[in-house]
Design a protein around this ligand. Structure first.
Ligand code: PHE
Length: 444
């Protein structure tokens, strides 16, 4: 049977969770929202909201042992076939993967260029980055093809031989690189500055936007709302402790985000650089700092960007798996055919995304003032993910027998934990998501 081993599941789910969201996005939004207080809110969002939805996906998946659609129907009270439409969420993973692969392509370029030359000035670094994403179509297509090709080859091999194996290799390597970078950061005087930036809360910096950013980040980083955790849990042996595994994944994911933050802020503060540089933080600010450290800087630069690629690849494979499983189970096609279909779709969408950022095709691929790349980003993380997460909560809270859920949870944990979870999933999380959703749509 094509199933994860227990440790394989934890590694693969952690591999999915730990991605560009941790090493690229978390530090820059923490920087933008001023550090400590934002991190505190983020940790609360992970614990009470992210983990709640994570457990929700895990219980549906482990119970169903099938794709998103089938698993929804099979755990529902009435077994109403209409629950199969929850399967729409697998499309979100493909959309995210389209532009995620393009961003991984940029990082591949940084791995390569870090070997030869690093920019010494922020202006040059900014211009290099701009040139890469808007002008260098040929290279971008090659990089996207390499990333997409690797993702396709990995998932083609299946859960055990493909996904579990790649995580077994890449996750420890990622851990080693991060430990190496952390040790180096520890030797810098700026390390203590990074610690106090990240762990001294200044609540004056927290407003509604910061709260919502923390919530959105909690969803994205735990890979929620696209059926990934549900689908991975469907390959978890039926008797495995999904509660413990879920907590472990959340702990690993959060620790890695914090470590990445400590590394990056130590580097930035060592050079007296801005912490609020936005998305360009790792693409523009860091290379300039590395260039000041000579050959060691080059080694650090290459390791850092390789770590990003490793983290990203293990997330990328988890974005396509829900749709593969969906086609395999619902349409009874082979994994190879499903991979061809889904892989082809995200590959083509990725080309559209990367062209839409270019000078030559940008105008044609811009609609309602947003280019195709931004539209895919917005549709997936601001519209489809919250809708799916909401659906999962309402579904489990009101359309699944409470006793069934209770029985599944209390096999592995106390009744109190179950009651807290059940309250959160029925009331707290849906309200938080509605507020997040309306805000992202610009309604509040
Ligand atoms: N959690 C991944 C990251 O932090 C992104 C992701 C989103 C992966 C949705 C799978 C599904 O980069």
């Amino acid at each position: 049977m094509n199933k994860f081993s227990r440790i394989g599941f934890i590694l693969a789910a952690a591999g999915s969770a730990v991605g560009l969201g941790n090493i690229w996005r978390f530090p820059y939004i923490t920087g933008e929202y001023g550090g400590g207080a934002f991190i505190l809110v983020y940790l609360l969002a992970i614990l009470f909201i992210g983990l709640t939805v994570f457990l929700a996906e895990a219980v549906i998946g482990q119970n169903g042992q099938s794709d998103v659609s089938t698993s929804f129907v099979s755990i529902s009270k009435t077994k109403n076939q209409n629950w199969k439409f929850a399967g729409f969420m697998v499309a979100t993973g493909l959309i995210i993967l389209s532009f995620y692969s393009v961003v991984l392509g940029w990082i591949l370029d940084y791995v390569i260029t870090s070997f030869s030359d690093l920019p010494t000035e922020a202006k040059v670094a900014g211009a290099n980055f701009e040139k890469l994403i808007s002008d260098d179509i040929g290279s971008l297509i090659v990089y996207h093809t390499l990333i997409a090709g690797s993702v396709i080859l990995i998932v083609l091999k299946g859960i055990k031989e493909g996904i579990e194996k790649i995580n077994l290799i890449l996750m420890p390597l990622l851990g080693l690189i991060l430990i190496g970078l952390l040790v180096y950061a520890l030797t810098l005087d700026s390390f203590s500055q990074a610690v106090s930036f990240m762990f001294t809360p200044d609540f004056s910096k927290i407003d509604g936007h910061a709260l919502l950013a923390a919530l959105g980040q909690a969803f994205f980083t735990l890979s929620l709302g696209v059926g990934t955790i549900l689908t991975y849990s469907a390959s978890l042996p039926k008797e495995a402790n999904f509660v413990k595994s879920s907590f472990m994944v959340a702990i690993v994911d959060t620790s890695i985000a914090l470590v990445a933050g400590l590394i990056i802020f130590s580097f930035l503060f060592a050079a007296g650089a801005e912490s609020a540089a936005g998305p360009g933080l790792v693409f523009i600010s860091l290379p300039v700092i590395f260039s000041g450290w000579g050959i060691l800087g080059q080694i650090i630069a290459v390791s850092f960007f390789v770590a990003l690629v490793f983290a990203g690849i293990t997330s990328a494979v988890s974005m396509i798996e829900p749709s593969l499983r969906f086609f395999i189970e619902r349409f009874k096609i082979t994994r190879a055919k499903a991979t061809l279909l889904c892989g082809g779709t995200f590959y083509v969408l990725g080309i559209v995304a990367l062209l839409s950022m270019s000078k030559s095709f940008g105008a044609e691929l811009t609609f309602f003032g947003k280019n195709a790349f931004d539209i895919m980003d917005f549709m997936s993380s601001s519209v489809m993910m919250p809708i799916a997460a909401m659906l999962i909560c309402i579904f489990l809270g009101f359309f699944v027998e409470k006793e069934v859920l209770k029985e599944k949870f209390t096999k592995h944990t106390s009744e109190t934990i179950f009651n807290i979870w059940y309250f959160l999933i029925r009331f707290v999380v849906p309200i938080a998501i509605i507020i997040l959703f309306l805000n992202k749509l610009g309604a509040i």
